[in-house]
Design a protein around this ligand. Structure first.
Ligand SMILES: Nc1ncnc2c1ncn2[C@@H]1O[C@H](COP(=O)(O)OP(=O)(O)OP(=O)(O)O)[C@@H](O)[C@H]1O
Length: 250
């Protein structure tokens, strides 16, 4: 049985009178892609914020590899191996692809790098950064300024930046957003390749991609999990169709 790396227990979050997370329980195992889908405003992003630590739930628990992290700050969770992919805005355009990844490696090591001699530290940083770029197929773009990358390559770099944190859990908020068909296919291949070594919680609006990639899918509507299971189970669920039809009508 694969190790459960992330477990949400009865999470609850309200904004004034609006319940955006309503008794959400779900888990994520090593080696799986668990997709979180749902109509606009269902509460997917606020859930990711609570898992990564930018937003505190009102009640409920978040366990990472069995440890209660509900009240831990984001940086502590990230160091434990809970990485969120950052949006393209966190990429520094004038830095090369390698330098962008190296910054993330440096952030992970914090002050420990001061004990290395400067040249050795730089080589070690670059080696780790290069390994992250290789995992996402960007190694040949290492010396290219990030500004010159295509949109899809920038999304790959975002992934590399998350991987440079050496995470166990990856929280990905719409990694295919804004990509063309060819770029989306490449990113899907990359995500499929990462599956074995990580546990991936994936928010994605591209339904064909979700159904092709996910091992399990949880469907959120108005803050609640209304269905959870394999893609086959979700596809056949009438409540899921209702939730999406409702959204389209709106
Ligand atoms: N800081 C906030 N204060 C008040 N309401 C908020 C806040 N953040 C989000 N909301 C509301 O919470 C609900 C859930 O929003 P959320 O962004 O999590 O949905 P989502 O499923 O990620 O939607 P989308 O697919 O459009 O990104 C929405 O009704 C939104 O307006």
């Amino acid at each position: 049985m694969a190790e459960t790396l992330l477990e949400l227990r009865h999470l609850q979050k309200r904004f004034g009178g609006l319940t955006v997370t309503d008794d959400v329980s779900l888990d994520l195992k090593r080696g799986e892609i668990h997709a979180l889908i749902g109509p606009n405003g269902a509460g997917k992003t606020t859930l990711i914020h609570q898992i990564s630590g930018t937003l505190a739930p009102d009640s409920g628990q978040i366990l990472f590899a069995g440890t209660d992290v509900t009240r831990l700050p984001m940086a502590r969770r990230a160091r434990m191996g809970l990485a969120r992919s950052f949006q393209i805005t966190s990429i520094i355009p004038s830095f090369t692809t390698l330098e962008n990844a190296a910054l993330a490696v440096q952030a992970r090591h914090g002050s420990s790098f001061r004990f290395f001699r400067a040249a050795g530290a730089e080589a070690a940083l670059n080696d780790e950064a290069m390994a992250a770029l290789t995992e996402v197929g960007l190694e040949r773009r290492a010396a290219t300024p990030a500004a010159a990358l295509s949109h899809g390559e920038k999304r790959q770099l975002e992934l590399a930046i998350a991987l440079a944190m050496q995470p166990r859990v990856l929280l990905l908020d719409e990694p295919l957003a804004g990509t063309g068909a060819e770029e989306a296919e490449r990113l899907m291949r990359i995500l499929g390749g990462l599956r074995a070594r990580y546990a991936i919680l994936l928010i994605e609006h591209d339904m064909p991609a979700v159904f092709a990639l996910a091992d399990r899918i949880s469907v959120l509507a108005q803050g609640r999990v209304i269905a959870a299971g394999t893609p086959e189970v979700i596809r056949a669920d009438p409540a899921v169709r209702d939730a999406y039809l409702g959204d389209e009508e709106a």
